[in-house]
Design a protein around this ligand. Structure first.
Ligand SMILES: CC(C)(COP(=O)(O)OP(=O)(O)OC[C@H]1O[C@@H](n2cnc3c(N)ncnc32)[C@H](O)[C@@H]1OP(=O)(O)O)[C@@H](O)C(=O)NCCC(=O)NCCS
Length: 156
């Protein structure tokens, strides 16, 4: 099997990103939104490729020395194989290289896989937004997390 690689995503990857976004999320972002992120100067978008197949992606916004992880997703066919961990470790190394020393995110309290991923990579819980996300039966909390230990997460 060919080795996976992580690359910056460009506008030419939009079709592959839309397909992956639709496979990963129940309420996928639109083509217009994704296109804006791919070309926007203050956004970073990385893709995890296996040969020509886009298996995962991470999308971030940056302001000065801080980043926010807006989305991370791995295609359902490839989950549980360490793809997101590899991607996020790579993202941390890139942020570190750019002098960005903190990454923030928000996650649904029911998202066990994402919570495990973030905790593994040294994200700490900073707070809770009660009832922030709508669900079919009402709402659920958002957990606010941040990481400023990129180096130790890289080693971990
Ligand atoms: C969250 C997500 C990106 C994880 O991707 P992945 O490639 O499967 O993750 P990894 O294989 O690197 O595993 C990361 C951790 O999550 C755990 N994990 C993976 N799937 C899990 C599941 N279904 N339930 C609980 N934990 C799970 C792994 O065991 C691992 O933890 P560990 O290192 O402590 O064992 C993936 O499930 C996904 O795309 N989900 C849909 C999109 C989403 O919710 N994104 C996050 C919010 S933007």
């Amino acid at each position: 099997m060919s080795k996976s690689s992580i690359e910056v995503l460009h506008e030419t990857d939009l079709a592959a990103l839309i397909e992956l976004e639709m496979a990963c999320f129940d309420h996928p972002w639109s083509e217009k939104q994704l296109s804006t992120y791919l070309v926007g100067e203050r956004y970073l978008c990385f893709g995890l490729w296996q040969a020509t197949r886009l298996q995962g992606f991470a999308l971030l916004s940056t302001v000065l020395d801080e980043a926010e992880l807006l989305q991370i997703g791995v295609h359902p066919d490839y989950r549980g194989q360490g793809g997101a961990t590899e991607l996020l470790r790579y993202v941390h190394a890139q942020l570190d290289d750019q002098g960005i020393n903190r990454c923030l995110l928000e996650v649904r309290s029911s998202n066990a896989a994402a919570l495990r991923l973030y905790r593994r990579l040294a994200y700490q819980e900073d707070g809770i937004r009660k009832g922030y996300y709508p669900t079919a039966s009402g709402s659920e909390d958002a957990i606010l997390m941040s990481c400023n230990k990129f180096k130790s997460a890289l080693d971990g």
